[in-house]
Design a protein around this ligand. Structure first.
Ligand code: Q9C
Ligand code: ZN
Length: 342
């Protein structure tokens, strides 16, 4: 399997993440992908290609153009306003406020376009987010050209980014944009399977009203886990999308036996639905040692996970999402890829 990867991810490295009332070094840090890269090379996945520039056209069609403009200009506007630090949202529209009027002031805009203030933006965030999307798009083109699967080593991740909000370390929803590109390329029905520990709220948001893209997510139950306010099992889609959104929230301590049962159910639903292509949002934070998650998957479980997903026999674009047990991120990610191939 071929990997697409851009070193421009390094342009995004905020100093601070708001965690437990303190500023800590962000869990989502550049070294995560270095560990994956090293493991890929070590284990024979040495076909690693640098992607061409991102094509923002599909993103403009799928997402809110105002949001994309904001991402692109936020740093310049923030600095022009005289802000000393990194971009951190301090004021977000809450219950009872207007959710649809975009403020003119950059501090207000940041709050409007953000749903989680742990995520900081810096001078290089937009360029890094574009390079991450570029990897996903290159993987999609590779699969469209006939490869059975491709791996996009995306950073920053994407699945928490909605059509008009960043947060959860995500800015551009790579998996969603690639799913749309598969639709545009002729796949009638595209499934997005999200195995990251956290609910893929962004992907759900983008496709919630659509019947041509099915979204299935296995994740920590929202009453106990970020993003807290979404990801319940009764969120099944609306309108044309009714029945095309499937959530598998699971409680703290969930191990692989229970998790794999949910995965089997998701795989069966995707197969029955008649998907022509698959996007895998691959986070490896369901791992037992992950510092911000509460599932109990062990490293060999990720091999089994890859094997099961491969049984769908669908053209598959794999997009890297989360995973924060730094050294194990490489092992677990490559385990999934290896399982997928065998
Ligand atoms: N104190 C992804 O896995 N909450 N994003 C962190 C740490 C946000 C995770 C809490 C977690 C976002 C792509
Ligand atoms: Zn995650």
């Amino acid at each position: 399997m071929k990997t697409f990867y851009s070193e421009n991810h390094r342009l995004h490295f905020p100093q601070a993440e708001l965690s437990g009332g303190q500023f800590v070094t962000p869990f989502e840090r550049p070294s995560r992908v270095e560990y994956v890269l090293n493991r890929l090379k070590e284990r024979g996945f040495s076909d690693i290609e640098k992607p061409a520039e991102a094509d923002l056209e599909p993103a403009r069609r799928l997402l809110d153009p105002g949001y994309l403009d904001f991402l692109q200009t936020a740093w310049a506007d923030w600095k022009a306003e005289g802000m000393a630090g990194e971009i951190i949202a301090a004021n977000v529209p809450a219950r009872g406020m207007h959710l649809d009027r975009v403020p003119a002031n950059i501090d207000g805009k940041v709050g409007y376009y953000c749903h989680a203030s742990e995520t900081a933006m810096t001078a290089g965030t937009w360029a890094a987010a574009c390079s991450s999307l570029a990897s996903a798009q290159a993987a999609q083109r590779h699969v469209a050209a006939g490869a059975s699967a491709a791996f996009a080593l995306c950073r920053p991740p994407g699945h928490h980014a909605t059509r008009d909000q960043y947060g959860g370390y995500c800015f551009l929803n790579n998996a969603a944009i690639v799913a749309q590109m598969m639709r545009d390329g002729g796949a009638d029905r595209v499934a997005v399977l999200d195995v990251d520990f956290h609910h893929g709220n962004g992907t759900q948001d983008i496709f919630y009203g659509r019947g041509d893209v099915l979204f299935a997510s296995l994740h920590g139950a929202p009453q106990d886990a970020y993003p807290y306010f979404i990801g319940y099992a009764d969120e099944t889609g609306k309108g044309d999308g009714d029945g095309a959104n499937i959530n598998y929230p699971m409680p703290p301590g969930t191990g692989y036996a229970v998790w794999a049962e949910a995965l089997e159910n998701a795989i069966a639903r995707i197969g029955d639905w008649g998907a022509d292509a698959l996007v895998l949002s691959l986070g490896v934070d369901a791992y037992k040692e992950d510092p911000i998650s509460f599932f109990k998957l062990d490293s060999p479980d990720f091999i089994d996970m890859g094997q099961r997903i491969a049984r769908l026999s669908l053209p598959t674009v794999i997009c890297m999402e989360g995973g924060y047990a730094i050294e194990a991120v490489g092992i677990n990610t490559v385990n999934v890829l290896e399982g997928f191939e065998n």
